[in-house]
Design a protein. Sequence first.
Lengths: 613, 351
Amino acid sequence: MPQPLVATNDFVVKFANVNGSGSASANGLFAKSILRMGVPIASRNIFPSNIQGLPTWFEVRVSEAGHMGRRGGVDMMVAMNPQTWDRDVAEIEPGGYLFYDSTRPMPKSKFRDDITVIGCPLTEITNAAYSDPRQRQLFKNIVYLGALSALLDMDVEAVKGAIAAQFKGKEKLVPANFAALEMGRDWAMQNLACPIGLRLKRADAVGNRIFTDGNNAAGLGAVYGGATVCAWYPITPSTSLAEAFEKHCTRLRKDPETGAKRYAIVQAEDELASIGMVVGAAWNGARAFTATSGPGVSLMQEFLGLAYFAEIPAVLFDVQRAGPSTGMPTRTQQSDLLSAAYASHGDTKHVMLLPQDPGECFTFGADAFDLADRLQTPIFVMLDLDIGMNDWLCEPFAWDPARKMDRGKVLDAEGLDAAKTFGRYLDVDGDGIPYRTWPGTHPEKGSFFTRGTSRDRYARYTEDGAPYVDNMQRLLKKFHTAKSLVPRPVTIPAKEKARDGVIFYGSTSAAMSEALAALEAQGVHLDAMRIRAFPFHQDVADFVAAHERVFVVEQNRDAQLRTLLVNEEEIDPAKLVPVLHYDGTPITARFIQSAVADRASAANVLPFRKATP
Amino acid sequence: MSYLPKPKLHHPKLPTNAIGLTRRDYEGAISTLCAGCGHDSISAAIIQACFNLSLPPHRVAKLSGIGCSSKTPTYFLGAAHGFNSVHGRMPSVLTGAYLANRDLIYLGVSGDGDSASIGFGQFAHSIRRGVNMTYIVENNGVYGLTKGQFSATSDKGSVAKKGTVNTDQPIDLAAIAVQLGASFVARSFSGDKDQLVPLIEAALLHDGAAFIDVISPCVAFNNHPGSTKSYDYVREHNDALNRLDVMLPREEITASYAPGTLTEVVQHDGSILRLRKLHEGHDATDRSSALHALMEGKSAGEIVTGLIYVEAEATPLHENLGTVPQALNALGDAELCPGVEALERINASLR
């Protein structure tokens, strides 16, 4: 047997559970207890499209160094699900640990001899302590939390603090949970060799960071961004975004005196109606959004063309999941880029924002409404399941108290009286963005007919070619204007001069920063650019031009961002090397490192040979 | 060309309404529909109704889908904003517009293809939500812009211009609206302005989802013998349940009628709907009576028209949602942005 793994504040624990068994709450307590010890973690739920009875996993990466991506591999498996036992046991790293419920004896063949097996009779303990079947089930989770706290040398006060925080407002439940925790902890102390090689130690590495999921952050961003109308249709993994908006609105957006709502949320009959309501509300001067995922975006295509052509500010949060079709609805991907960027029939292009974590989900979530109003066009905020539904450790949400909503070019009654002329599609300022009016503004001036059919600069219906082309060119100019308004890409230069670069975006960010450090340690130096929006800023083309080759790291099969780069920036495809991860799990640093190192080393070798003939 | 404005000149003695506007001020661009199209009569009825009610034209938002009917908002209320949206999706766009600003009057114009086929779902859901709107379907039983295909409201046995007989059952949008909980349901005929204008007035004053199915013959593709939506057929089979007078709150009520022949409904805004019954047994304030009248009419081969159902105290969507009385689009930073302190509290709760 290999040496049992020894690591402090740097390992991966995975919980294998049955969904609907109440494990999520205990697993969340495990994660938060570690954060309370000042040790950063990255946690991920891997769950089925199901409510009860199917396998679900929760992975906690403990990383004092602050690596927030998935690492890959499992150092300790908490195997609570007989259905997945074999694959769970197989996933453990050599030298790793298996923790399981030993109430029922298991044949030796069910174990491995290169790992440390830790049995704890959880069922027996809870059956003895509780008579109610539901209690037995729920407290079993807390009992294993107690056992783990002993095995991993956790600070029990941190665990208790997490429990107390979890049951804030339901304080009656705290003592019973403390008791179950102690039950598991005592049993482990008395019967197991505690602690094991994997240990937690208090650190001061969390700082004032917050721990939250992207859907919650984006929903809050919509509140701060001034959204008043939300129309949506439930779809995983975006549902919790609309629900978060409602939760935050309930607390933050009611008239303090009357309790009346300063917002309207409608659960529509389908995605067509959701986007239709958003379009109608935005046309009428409200900030409106929908939250959806790939299949929803597919259904919204016709309306998106209308919104593009009629120039309606609409905000869409697309929490991407694995497609095509129903695909893997509870698995993550970045596979809607093309269908969002070019949504609808005819010549269309849409603005996309690409947040890297919940922090940017909040910021971009609010910014999207300013951009939509300023550009009078749909704005997509492209989350994915990994960002949207998992808790991430990120910088606290920040807000400039002086910030005001930018409602864009809207003429009110005074503005109409002062204006020499009003043409809804007239480019007065040369930026491609015309002025608009809201319905009901002025008794005589500023009314116009909004339509998806072609029209002239004064919104008068026409099927003549010249005004049509004039309008389409102006829309292109407006899209060009967008380049300077959307979030700029972030460049991370290599420590040494690098010939190659790497481009990445969205949830890949966490794994990427870890991979870059690892590659650097290997002697592979890459300049990196994180793209944060489409259309691309000039910086992007400059970055590609400055490098011999650029790796484009994405979580989809077809290299969709690379396609956009080739298409929009007319970059030679041979320069852009795709690095693609699309099995539905979040991309890992190990994957990027190995994929890039293989190709980069091959390239690195060449000049070396040339230099020494 | 539909954008051509009509000449503004008019007779100086043209009557004005309570806000000093003439009927001409409620007109739109010149219609591009076929001469004799029922839809133009409906546009004229809308103009008349808005004039009669002295509505400020710019406080009306007119929305439509796609099709001949959906073109018509260009031909009335030129001072109002209009939105010619996506085929079958007017109801969702209108719902969103209403959510944004509850203070405008929302007039949705649709057709039988737009509402009974591609948009059947949105028609249904906008009504069951109680969106405060007037929803008019200009129902000609045929696809006009694509030249004569049957629509989902074509009667079984109805003959197309080229001779095909429709074998599918028709959808009765009015009956479905009653079932869906519409708080105002009427049916009329584009050729009966006396009946149609007060129905539109009452619907515009109604605080809730008001639906009017207007049979509107298509002179180009559905006005021949064998059609059940032709001018002749509808005139012969028009069976009115009642005659409606709409009285605004400020109007003095003078006429008197024999007891039992009259029903008065006071709407939320105080307007009074005075119904002179033409059908014994039909009670316009009773949903099952309304459905019964429609079913009976269908059995008898008659087209039941008039005010079919009205609920005086309806609860529109904004009331159900519990939104503030102000228009949401009028709220500013102070009302919408919770500020830095609230954000700090949220941050603290996430540590």
